[in-house]
Design a protein around this ligand. Structure first.
Ligand code: SF4
Length: 297
């Protein structure tokens, strides 16, 4: 039996950068005797969150209710999802020293959203309502609307030019369906670009499993939208697929499959992936003890 690792899996560059920034901020806060915070959950992964809590980084949640000067001397990290300008302004007014770890790809979308809104466009964000990234991008574009499916896209007002911006981790197929619905309303739709390349690579790596494996395991936080999407994509391959938070969630029945594809969301650290692989091997999936990467990435 074999475990095949997806050719691209786990931390994307934006998440890795944000986690490293938070670790550096924790060290800085500790040296100066000040407090450290992350705005929201740094990434949707319990292990990473727990590690940062252990380093002394507390979590701030929106809506913020901070008095002026309340965060004086505190370091506050903006995660890779970014944040709305008024949220950042509120943190500054409260005295926070901001470490902005917004992923550059997300920051580019925020900038594009602001620019379109300033030119009179209705900004439509294809993604999950209430997700940190879509809230942050919408905060840069007054009047922006988040749509989660083509039906919602068909209902947006079409009385002015529309600009479409993707949540960077939605699936290519979701984005294409929403784009197509909007194009039917506004053939002059402005499109600022779709899914992030890092998300595309992880989705494509799942597709590469087609015909090669009997089952798929996708590792990542249960509240991780991009991990959920990878698991949905895996189910569409026509083989059983599981979304597990970590090795402990891998069901024993996986021991009955001859070959299992292993993937992980963009917020899943290497340790979770390694432990999941070890657990699969423990279950006897590789009697020969072999585990190889699919294409060596
Ligand atoms: S998925 Fe892409 S845009 Fe989102 S944090 Fe990762 S690298 Fe940045």
């Amino acid at each position: 039996m074999k475990v095949l690792r997806a050719r691209t899996l786990g931390f994307c560059p934006g998440v890795r950068r944000a986690v490293e920034a938070a670790e550096a901020a924790a060290a800085r806060a500790s040296e100066s005797g000040g407090r450290g915070f992350v705005l929201g959950q740094i990434v949707h992964n319990p292990r990473v969150s727990a590690r940062l809590t252990g380093l002394g980084m507390d979590r701030l949640d929106e809506p913020l209710d901070l008095a002026a000067g309340e965060l004086t001397g505190a370091v506050v990290v903006i995660r890779s999802h970014g944040a709305a300008p008024e949220v950042v302004a509120g943190l500054r007014a409260a005295g926070a020293d901001i470490v902005d770890a917004t992923c550059p790809r997300v920051a580019a979308n925020q900038k594009a959203a602001a620019s379109y809104a300033a030119r009179g466009y209705l900004v439509v964000i294809a993604g999950d309502k209430g997700h940190g990234e879509t809230l942050g991008v919408a905060g840069h574009a007054p009047g922006a609307i988040v749509v989660s499916d083509p039906d919602e896209a068909l209902a947006v007002p079409a009385d002015r030019p529309v600009a479409l911006i993707a949540q960077t981790t939605i699936s290519e197929s979701e984005y294409a369906a929403i784009r197509s619905a909007l194009l039917s309303r506004r053939p002059d739709l402005a499109d600022s670009g779709g899914v992030c390349g890092a998300s595309r690579e992880r989705q494509a790596a799942i597709e590469d499993f087609r015909g090669l494996v009997d089952a798929v395991v996708v590792v990542g936080g249960m509240n991780s939208a991009n991990t959920r999407r990878l698991a949905e994509l895996a189910r569409s391959l026509g083989v059983p697929a599981w979304h597990v938070e970590n090795a402990a969630g891998i069901p024993p029945e996986l021991g009955s499959y001859a070959s299992v594809g292993l993937s992980a969301g963009a917020s899943t650290p290497d340790e979770d992936i390694d432990e999941a692989e070890a657990r699969l091997l423990e279950l006897g999936l590789s009697r020969a003890g072999s585990s190889r990467e699919l294409t060596g990435d």
